[in-house]
Design a protein around this ligand. Structure first.
Ligand SMILES: Cc1cc2nc3c(=O)[nH]c(=O)nc-3n(C[C@H](O)[C@H](O)[C@H](O)COP(=O)(O)OP(=O)(O)OC[C@H]3O[C@@H](n4cnc5c(N)ncnc54)[C@H](O)[C@@H]3O)c2cc1C
Length: 497
């Protein structure tokens, strides 16, 4: 059987493309190598406690905000079980022994920040105004057809977030607090473009929510819809080879056996993995060299805490706790200062519950730390790896106990994962947290477009636009516009109902 479209990978971008195209009448087939769909959306369960892996909170979800409107198109809003985070402080940056709150809504965010930094009113206003400018420069963010000659958003790729913060203030505390979200976008002083943190931060200011019961709801609901539109989703179907001829993909091989044919192909997998599946000569050497030369965002070491019943109060905020002075140095940690900081997320079991059953702690880990076990597979990495993870977990638990006294006593059991775990479950290159590292020094080098030189191959997912639920969803629309036309799709989105 020949499909209209084959989609490689069932991450958020892959499933959203499958939804859009199957709703538009295309005969779509999604191929997923794992037995669980969703890539980073996966949750896992240990002794009845559900843990998120790569989806802790989402932004832009207040009515009429960007994600809410996009999710209307996907018929997701009424089907997701969400909890709105505290609007007067949904994120807390704990820095230099003090808690700084980020509030929801641009005005409220600015007012709260000015209360906390009364001498930095102008710097804070400049920050908020830049955030709005950047948000407004993205046509899909506003569901408007901004003229295609308007490429002002590209300029923001060529500017540095760290330089921008230096330009608005000399107050090191304020700058570090504003840089406190860096782990949410793989932030690095040396590379991070102004564009990414501003898009991410503005989305959360426009309504931050957690999933009740885990982020895999997103993949479950999307997959169900794709199937109901007549689409096919194959699990345990790893694409092991992609064949091409005369500048077009001819078919893909799954599990080294069966071949599947389609008119069009969309790749939701890491572009470097994609290149490895194609025969030599599929792309010009310059393209291959460019893609393979892009660096990756850093990885995460994660500690998952299953909490005893009614033992630890649910906190309706995320914490970013730091013990280093210069947050941009966090990635350049040495053994004696690791972890320099970490993010803590508390899982809501139900809308009005008093206690949490799961706490997730993420901290930066460089790929080089796990190199000794790079050729191992899940569950078969040996005792030294277990001891390595145990040491790291103890260091995190030490800091966590300092920041949240008594938390250790409330823990029922602890589970952990390293960048190797992410690599092996979601296929991200070197276990990187958000895929490729966009680089303001050379924005065109790290910009990956949905269209490729193979005329029927398109790219989607976190590596082509911005990572995260908003970035990937906008990316899915950009990818599908290549087949359906941007105006057509924009009209469909605006006229849902
Ligand atoms: C620790 C962590 C925390 C995060 N927290 C948040 C958050 O709080 N909020 C937020 O918005 N975003 C968050 N993100 C980012 C977000 O999860 C991702 O940007 C997004 O889910 C990526 O979607 P994707 O479409 O790129 O696909 P991916 O999730 O990368 O999925 C790709 C899929 O392709 C499959 N695949 C790979 N190779 C093959 C092959 N050869 N054949 C078939 N299938 C293949 C994989 O198994 C996988 O299912 C987080 C990410 C991580 C890692």
């Amino acid at each position: 059987m020949k499909y209209d479209v084959v989609i490689i990978g069932s991450g958020l971008g892959g499933l959203e493309c499958a939804y859009i195209l199957s709703k538009e009448g295309y005969n779509v087939c999604v191929l997923e190598k794992n037995r669980v769909l969703g890539g980073c959306l996966q949750t896992f369960s240990r002794c009845g406690t559900v843990f998120d892996t790569g989806m802790h909170y989402i932004g832009g979800m207040d009515e009429d905000q960007i994600l809410y409107r996009l999710f209307e198109y996907f018929d997701l809003n009424r089907r997701l079980n969400l909890k709105r985070l505290d609007e007067d402080g949904y994120d807390i940056i704990r820095y230099d022994g003090r808690d700084y709150k980020f509030a929801m809504g641009y005005e409220r965010f600015a007012d709260t920040m000015i209360e906390q930094f009364p001498n930095d009113r102008i710097a804070i206003q400049k920050y908020v105004s830049k955030m709005k400018d950047i948000r407004d420069s993205v046509d899909l963010y506003n569901l408007e057809n901004i003229s295609s000659s308007n490429t002002s958003y590209l300029n923001y790729y060529g500017l540095s977030i760290a330089d921008f913060l230096d330009s608005i203030s000399g107050n090191e505390i304020l700058k570090n607090v504003l840089a406190g979200l860096a782990p949410l976008y793989g932030g690095m002083r040396e590379t991070s473009p102004l564009y990414i943190p501003m898009i991410i931060h503005s989305s959360y200011i426009e309504g931050a929510y957690r999933f009740i019961g885990g982020g895999s709801q997103l993949s479950d609901v999307l997959a169900e819809s794709v199937t109901s539109f007549g689409g096919t989703i194959l699990k345990k179907a790893e694409v092991t080879k992609i064949h091409h001829e005369h500048g077009r993909i001819t078919n893909v091989e799954i599990n080294h056996e069966e071949r599947i044919e389609a008119n069009h192909y969309i790749s939701d997998i890491h572009p470097k993995t994609l290149l490895g599946l194609l025969d030599h000569g599929a792309f010009k050497p310059a393209y291959t060299k460019r893609i393979n030369g892009i660096g990756e965002t850093y990885g995460m070491f994660t500690v998952y805490l299953a909490m005893k019943e009614n033992a630890f109060r649910y906190i309706n905020k995320n914490f970013y706790c730091y013990h280093v002075k210069d947050l941009w140095r966090d990635f350049h940690y040495t053994d004696d200062i690791w972890p320099g900081g970490y993010m803590v997320h508390f899982s809501p079991v139900a809308e009005n519950m008093e206690f949490t059953d799961a706490v997730i702690v993420n901290t930066i880990m460089r790929w080089e730390e796990v190199l000794p076990w790079v050729n191992t597979t899940v569950e078969n990495r040996g005792e030294e790896y277990q001891a390595f993870k145990q040491r790291k977990t103890e260091l995190i638990m030490r800091d966590l106990e300092n920041d949240f006294p008594g938390i250790g006593h409330a823990v029922k059991f602890i589970y952990n994962s390293s960048p190797l775990t992410y690599r092996d479950y979601t296929g991200t290159w070197e276990g990187s947290v958000y895929g490729i590292q966009k680089d303001y020094n050379n924005p065109m080098k790290t910009l990956i477009l949905p269209r490729t030189h193979l005329s029927n191959l398109f790219l989607t997912g976190q590596n082509i636009n911005v990572h995260g639920v908003v970035g990937v969803t906008i990316g899915a629309f950009l990818t599908c516009s290549e087949l359906l036309g941007k105006k057509h799709l924009m009209n469909k989105m605006k006229n849902v109902g």
